[in-house]
Design a protein around this ligand. Structure first.
Ligand SMILES: [Zn+2]
Length: 107
């Protein structure tokens, strides 16, 4: 049982590139994306897409180095990032999730 077709096309990759760059995909999806990137191509901007998304992350990290940030700022960054990650995950999982159990795993 494999949710991800291998090899995937550049179109398929581009749909998952954001999730791949942010590492919010399933292991099998991450692997499929990684495999796609190692293929000789030609690619339709696959590497560039990942690089630009990861570049945004790197830029964000570069903005933060010496300046002490208040916990409020961190909370804002974290909630935005996790909201994006959660949105991506929900989009991908929506049609294959058998039963929603939102309270599962709560401390
Ligand atoms: Zn490609």
């Amino acid at each position: 049982m494999s949710a991800v077709r291998v090899p995937m096309s550049c179109d398929e990759f581009s749909e998952m590139a954001e999730g791949y760059a942010l590492s919010v995909l399933d292991a099998s999806e991450l692997l499929a994306c990684a495999r796609h990137l190692t293929e000789p191509g030609p690619h339709t901007g696959c590497l560039e897409t990942v690089a630009s998304i990861q570049g945004l992350g790197a830029e964000l990290a570069n903005l933060l180095p010496s300046m002490p940030l208040s916990p409020v700022v961190w909370d804002g960054i974290e909630s935005r990032l996790s909201a994006d990650a959660e949105r991506l995950r929900l989009e991908r999982v929506e049609h294959q999730r058998p039963e929603a159990s939102p309270n599962q795993g709560q401390a």
